[in-house]
Design a protein around this ligand. Structure first.
Ligand SMILES: [Zn+2]
Ligand SMILES: [Zn+2]
Length: 479
């Protein structure tokens, strides 16, 4: 008898909890549905004003204004970056949930929101990575979460981090180095994609830098013995590094360009420069490779009678996955489903798909689906990596691009400026807000995520790869 009463009570309580869960979900999605036009407009405005890394004055202001209107306290000029910001909404004690916003564009990617190649500004920038949607979805998500906190008298803090120059400069690195994410329990972010997926993802860490060789000029025919060729040094260095490829871990990636190789063949070049980027999933292995490449540069200088200056330009950690958080994100994404096209969007999609040069094109209908959960690895890199090494971090991708579209293409820019992009953006906003809500309501989840984070980190202590380097604010300023 007692047992059946307890059992009934249990069922009743779980119905109550489940019922509350559904009503929280409905509350949050309704707010976002009601604000679709407002945030689509903001995303379009950023898309119409594409700005390169550290120069995102208009874009960051659009987001800061939205956050201020929504009741957040906003601080700008963070970690030495005028276009970075931290927006906070706090009701006192409780979990601190962080969100990452990106809003920088790419050079040479100008394109109209039409399904054929149409440049708006010759040589102009464009949102080929969808960061106009990235930043706006995060702001929308934070706004909905704040409304929900207010309506339910919940104790929590939401922090929206405006992070400049993801594509060039890595703003998050300097924010992580300066402790801007200290005190945050979990960080949520997303990225535009051609599919909907919330995976526990890891990726390559990367170091990039310039090797500047200095020699002596001379007439290349009349007095070659007087010359010491800086270009010879670059070539000697590259040869040694290319031989090194056989003796590094096979997961390594080594890329270089000769950014300066002399001015005329009849003048022995007194200056030559080679830029390297190297990648590896393991930070220790990567640092070791960088040291060996440095030795090759010194050896090349010694052998050619030149001198080398090594300048570290950037360094990003890989992503530290967090399965605890990723599973919560995946559950919420699955609950919401994918992106539905109307007839006009289907037509846009069909036209875009005709322009691909690949045979392996997923059907347009795949935008409606949510990909199965998995642990994934991608060989590129992101400055979210550094954040993931200081706070448990989770991300997702939604179908803001027509299925089959790759990042950094005109097809991506086109979708980022119209309704297909905005639909994917709102799906991301909803998924992130529901995930944030769940973390706020369930401190055990945060505890579990923190334990996983510590376990994965092991003995590794985060130290920014860029050391005490100043923020390269002039990265995209043409002299
Ligand atoms: Zn990108
Ligand atoms: Zn991106």
């Amino acid at each position: 008898m007692k047992r059946s009463i307890l059992c009934l009570l249990g069922t009743f309580l779980s119905m109550l909890v489940h019922g509350q869960e559904i009503s929280d979900q409905v509350f949050i999605t309704k707010i976002l549905d009601a604000n679709t036009e407002r945030f689509s407009k903001a995303a379009r405005e950023i898309w119409e004003n594409p700005e390169l890394g550290f120069l995102e004055y208009t874009s960051s202001k659009i987001l800061v204004d939205e956050l201020t209107t929504s009741g957040f306290d906003v601080e700008t000029d963070i970690a030495g970056m005028p276009t970075a910001f931290v927006a906070t909404y706090s009701t006192g004690e409780g979990p601190v949930i962080g969100f990452l916003a990106e809003y920088d564009a790419l050079p040479g990617m100008s394109q109209d929101a039409v399904p054929y190649r149409s440049v708006i500004v010759e040589g102009g920038s464009g949102h080929g990575c969808g960061h106009n949607l990235f930043g706006t979805a995060v702001v929308a998500s934070g706004t909905a979460l704040k409304e929900w906190i207010d309506a339910n008298n919940i104790k929590a803090t939401i922090k929206i981090f405006g992070t400049p120059a993801e594509e060039s400069g890595g703003g998050k690195v300097y924010m992580a180095r300066d402790g801007i994410f200290n005190g945050v329990d979990a960080v949520i972010n997303w990225h535009p994609s051609d599919r909907n997926a919330a995976n526990a993802a890891s990726c390559n860490a990367v170091i990039g830098g310039r090797f500047k060789f200095h020699g002596e000029t001379a007439h290349a025919a009349a007095s070659p013995q007087r010359g010491r060729s800086a270009l010879d040094a670059v070539e000697a260095m590259n040869m040694m590094v290319n031989m090194m490829r056989e003796h590094v871990d096979q997961e390594s990636r080594i890329h270089y360009i000769i950014s300066s190789g002399g001015l005329a063949p009849n003048v022995v070049p007194d200056y030559a420069e080679v830029q390297y980027m190297i990648r590896h999933p393991d930070i220790v292995e990567l640092k070791d490779m960088w040291e060996r490449i440095g030795k090759a540069a010194e050896g090349a200088a010694m052998g050619t009678g030149t001198r080398v200056d090594i300048e570290l330009a950037s360094g990003l950690y890989g992503l530290l996955p967090n399965e605890t958080l990723a599973k919560v994100m995946h559950k919420n994404l699955s609950l919401l489903g994918g992106v539905e096209y109307d007839e006009e969007e289907m037509e846009f999609g069909r036209e875009i798909q005709k322009t691909y040069n690949s045979k392996n094109i997923p059907p347009l209908e795949s935008a409606k689906k949510v990909q199965p959960y998995q642990l994934t690895f991608f060989p590129a890199s992101t400055d979210v990596g550094d954040v993931s090494y200081v706070v448990p971090t989770v991300g997702l991708g939604t179908a803001t691009w027509v299925p089959g579209t790759a990042a950094h293409t005109w097809q991506a820019v086109a979708a980022d400026g119209m309704s297909i992009g905005f639909k994917g953006m709102m799906l991301a906003a909803k998924t992130m807000a529901l995930t944030g809500k769940e973390l706020i309501l369930n401190p055990l989840l945060i505890k579990e995520a923190t334990n996983e984070f510590k376990e994965r980190l092991g003995d590794l202590k985060y130290e920014a790869l860029v050391g005490d380097k100043k923020v390269p604010l002039d990265y995209n300023v043409k002299n």
